[in-house]
Structures are given as structure tokens and as C-alpha cells.
Design a protein around this ligand. Structure first.
Ligand SMILES: NC(=O)c1ccc[n+]([C@@H]2O[C@H](COP(=O)([O-])OP(=O)(O)OC[C@H]3O[C@@H](n4cnc5c(N)ncnc54)[C@H](O)[C@@H]3O)[C@@H](O)[C@H]2O)c1
Length: 450
């Protein structure tokens, strides 16, 4: 059976309208499809209905404004829209528990809501990141409790979401989609859906398990590669060389059809995905008697970076004759990544904790992050402005390299800070000219691996 209408554009329901669901829903609606976003979070749905959105992603608020008043994007806390939809996308959260295994509660709740509402011809697309075997072993039997048979009556595929925060809306229109269906007809229908909906290449795989592992492999690679960059940075610190010079040189080597591609070191790895997906992989392997030592090592390396950061800042302050107890550090940028306001599992939080524990007075400024959220996370009252944050500081620690921090007027800042003052570059990757410029102004400069 084919799981897609021939004669008209498919109508889409997205269950779980958080970060991924909302970015995808807005993109599909802008492509002309009729989309309903379903989420149990009544506050989120009320905000969206008023045309507001707390989700920080470049272009998302503007797109929501453009779509307001059109019939292409609707929101609901209920599941009524399922009946009229052709394609149902599931994008709920998949956190990990204390034992680092996947917590499937949100997924199970969604399946319980969907099962009695499924009708013949529906195509269900799972986008949430899951352990191998979840689509076939957990989602399929739960959806079948409604009486329909997967493959005969409804289609089911796993299509991982691989967008990266900060570039989500452009990546959704460009990244190839991985499609792994529970049966060939589900796979073909989903491939056609993505091609028609987003005009992107769709790569068909023979099973949902392949697609599930593709997603985990991507994030495993990224986490792994950042750990290499972080260890390289600590090595470069020991030898007083600039890690960016080393990475530039190392990446010139052709290898495996591309080039060596070492990513950038930083204050640490955070966010919703890289801090949990490698553990989902590790735990799934463990349950099958396989020990993934690289995951253990890589997670330990990246988790140690916030500690390395606050220890380095304190050591630099001490070298300049300033005991940390009594020093002021202005932390500029608190999000887990440049140019996003997302504070989920941000490595800046343990840096702030470490500085406070050392007796440092910390001020905080992040123009993209929600001030209330930042206060609740760190216990520090965020400064209203950059000027307020830096006043009298002995160190400016740029820990998220947001666009505005690339253009800082260091000459003007010099007038506001204490002397001597350290610029600590946790993620801004200031070029050599900027480093020379700030040194001429009388700042000292230190970065991760620089
Ligand atoms: N954030 C990313 O950059 C990213 C990238 C790729 C993949 N992913 C994966 O996508 C999935 C979603 O991630 P996210 O960042 O959008 O999470 P999120 O927490 O922002 O969104 C999940 C949404 O699901 C809703 N929800 C939970 N249970 C529900 C239910 N029973 N019925 C209706 N709604 C329900 C929540 O209220 C929430 O709004 C996760 O599996 C994640 O690993 C995330």
C-alpha cells in the first residue's frame, strides 16, 4: 500500500513542537504545506498562537510572523488534527536517565495517543533520536495496539534530524534526508514525501536500524572530533603554540576522499544532543555486550574542558598578581554554542560554578540568552548591558563567540576594565590581528590552546 496522497500536497501533523518540531514545521509551511504543530506544553502553544516563540533560532521568529494569519500553520495541544493529516512526524524529546540509557516515556505517551487515531494510509515518521531498534521494537507494536497493521495499513519510517542549531532553517532545506522504513513501501513513500516537501535528496536505507545508527554515528563523530581538538589544544598550551595554526596545517592533508578535518577546541561540549546521544549509543552497545571505549574517553575529555577553562583563567589571574578571591571575571556568552541563546547543558555553567567556588566575582552577559533562564541556571544576576558586565573586570572571558563579540570595541572597553586585564578566548577564535591589537591596548590574551 502507498502511504502518500497522489492528487494533492500531503497535510502534515508534527507531534512535539519544541526546537526540532517548530523549525521543521515552519520550514514545511513556508514551502506551502499545511502543517499542524501538536504539543502538550500549553504555554508553548499559547505563545505560538500569539505569534511569539521562546525558541532561539535565527530566522524562526520572522518566519512565524510571515506565516501568521495564513492557514498553513496551526497549533494545538490536542490530537484532533491527526485524523486529517497524511503524514505524522514525531519529534518529542528523548533524554537519557541516570544510568545513561534512553528514556522513552515521551515517545510511549505519543504512541498511546496516536494508536487509536491512526487510519489506513497514514505515514508515521519518527525524527526523535533513539537507540537502534526503537522504531521497530517500541514504536511499531505500540502504534499497532490501535488495531491497524504496520505495512498493510500504515507506514512507519525513521528519518533522523541532523540539523545544527544556529543554521537550522537553511540546513533543513539542504541536508540529505536519511530514510529507513520498516518496509519498502514506507521507505519509498517517505522518500517521495521529503522530495516533494523540501526538494532535498533522500537516501533510502534497508531498515530503520541503519537510519537510527546513522544519526548516532554522526554525533559520535562530532563529539570524538571535538575531543581530539580539545586534547590537541591542551598539548599546544603545553608547547606555547597556537592550536589554530596547528589545525590549519593538519587539515591540509588529503585523506579518504576529503581532507583531515579537525574541528575547533572550546570551553566544552553542551547542548541537547552531543551530551546525550553518545551515551545512548554506548548504552545500546552495552546492552548487546559491546563496550564502546571511545565514547567513554571522548565524553571524559569534553566534560573536563569547563574545569580546564576555569583553572586556566584562575592561573592567568594569579600570574598577573591577582588572587582569584577578589578578582572580577566578566563572562561574555553563556549559551552552549556561538550565535544561539540555547542554555541546555551549556559548559559555561560549570565554568561559572568553578570561578565562584574559587572566590571570583562573576558578571554575566549574553545578548541571545533569556535572562531569567540564565539567572535560574547560574544563580548570578545577568548584567543589563555589556558595559555593566565589564566594569572593573580583571578578565573578559568570551565563552560563546556570538557575532557581537567578534566586533567588540576593545579600545573603549579598555577604559572600563581594571588593569591588568586578561582576555580569555574560550570560543571566539579571535584572529592574530585582533590578538596583536588587544595586546597593543595593554590587555593580556589567552585562549584554549592559544
Ligand atoms: N535540538 C537539536 O539541535 C536536535 C537536533 C537533531 C535532533 N534532535 C532530536 O530531536 C528530538 C527533539 O529535540 P528538541 O530539541 O526539539 O526537544 P524539545 O524538548 O525542544 O522538544 C520536544 C517537545 O515535545 C513535547 N512533548 C513531549 N511529550 C509530548 C507528548 N506526549 N505529546 C505532545 N508533545 C510532547 C515537549 O513539550 C517539547 O515541546 C530529540 O530526540 C533530539 O535528540 C535535536
Amino acid at each position: 500500500m502507498r502511504f502518500l496522497p497522489d492528487s494533492r500536497e500531503p497535510r502534515v501533523a508534527i507531534v512535539g513542537f519544541g526546537y526540532v518540531g517548530c523549525c521543521l514545521g515552519v520550514t514545511l509551511a513556508e514551502q506551502g504545506l499545511h502543517v499542524t504543530g501538536i504539543d502538550r506544553d500549553a504555554r508553548l502553544i499559547a505563545q505560538l498562537e500569539e505569534g511569539r516563540c521562546h525558541i532561539s533560532e535565527p530566522g524562526l521568529a520572522e518566519a512565524l510572523t510571515r506565516l501568521r494569519g495564513t492557514s498553513r500553520l496551526a497549533f494545538s495541544t490536542g490530537y484532533d488534527a491527526i485524523e486529517g493529516a497524511d503524514v505524522i512526524v514525531i519529534a518529542v524529546g528523548t533524554p537519557i536517565g541516570e544510568d545513561r540509557s534512553l528514556v522513552t516515556r515521551q515517545l510511549e505517551e505519543v504512541c498511546a495517543e496516536l494508536a487509536p487515531r491512526l487510519r489506513r494510509g497514514h505515514l508515521v515518521v519518527l525524527k526523535s533520536t533513539v537507540a537502534p531498534g526503537t522504531t521497530r521494537g517500541l514504536v511499531r507494536p505500540r502504534l499497532e495496539t490501535g488495531g491497524l497493521v504496520q505495512g498493510d495499513d500504515f507506514g512507519l519510517v525513521f528519518c533522523p534530524e541532523r540539523l545544527s542549531e544556529g543554521n537550522a532553517l537553511s540546513e533543513l532545506r539542504a541536508l540529505p534526508i536519511i530514510v529507513g522504513g520498516c518496509d519498502p513501501e514506507s521507505t519509498h513513500s517517505a522518500t517521495e514525501f521529503w522530495k516533494r516537501a523540501l526538494d532535498v535528496p533522500a537516501w533510502e536505507y534497508t531498515s530503520p536500524e541503519v537510519a537510527e545508527i546513522v544519526k548516532l554515528a554522526d554525533n559520535w563523530w562530532i563529539d570524538h572530533n571535538i575531543a581530539l581538538a580539545n586534547d590537541l589544544a591542551r598539548l599546544c598550551d603545553a608547547f606555547h603554540v597556537d592550536v589554530l595554526e596547528v589545525i590549519g596545517g593538519a587539515n591540509s592533508l588529503p585523506k579518504g576522499g576529503g581532507h583531515v578535518n579537525i574541528l575547533l577546541p572550546s570551553v566544552g561540549v553542551g547542548g541537547y544532543c552531543l551530551t546525550k546521544d553518545p551515551w545512548i549509543t554506548w548504552n545500546a552497545a552495552r546492552e548487546h555486550g559491546v563496550r564502546l571505549r571511545t565514547v567513554e574517553t571522548v565524553r571524559a575529555v569534553n566534560d573536563a574542558m569547563p574545569g580546564y577553562t576555569h583553572e586556566t583563567i584562575c592561573a592567568e589571574l594569579a600570574r598577573a598578581g591577582r588572587h582569584p578571591d577578589g578578582a572580577k571575571v566578566a563572562v561574555l556568552g553563556a549559551a552552549f554554542k556561538n550565535n544561539t541563546g540555547d542554555l541546555r547543558s551549556t559548559p559555561v555553567k560549570p565554568v561559572v560554578d568553578g570561578l565562584l567556588a574559587a572566590g571570583v566575582t562573576v558578571s554575566l552577559h549574553d545578548p541571545l540568552a533569556d535572562a531569567e533562564e540564565l539567572r535560574a541556571l547560574t544563580g548570578v544576576e545577568p548584567s543589563a548591558s555589556l558595559e555593566e558586565a565589564v566594569a572593573g573586570a580583571h578578565c573578559l572571558a568570551v565563552l560563546a563567540g556570538h557575532e557581537p563579540f567578534q566586533q567588540l570595541d576593545f579600545a573603549a572597553l579598555r577604559e572600563r576594565v581594571s588593569t591588568p586585564c586578561l582576555i580569555f578566548d574560550g570560543r571566539a577564535y579571535y584572529p592574530q590581528e585582533t590578538i596583536e591589537h588587544v595586546r597593543r591596548l595593554g590587555f593580556t590574551y589567552r585562549g584554549i590552546g592559544r
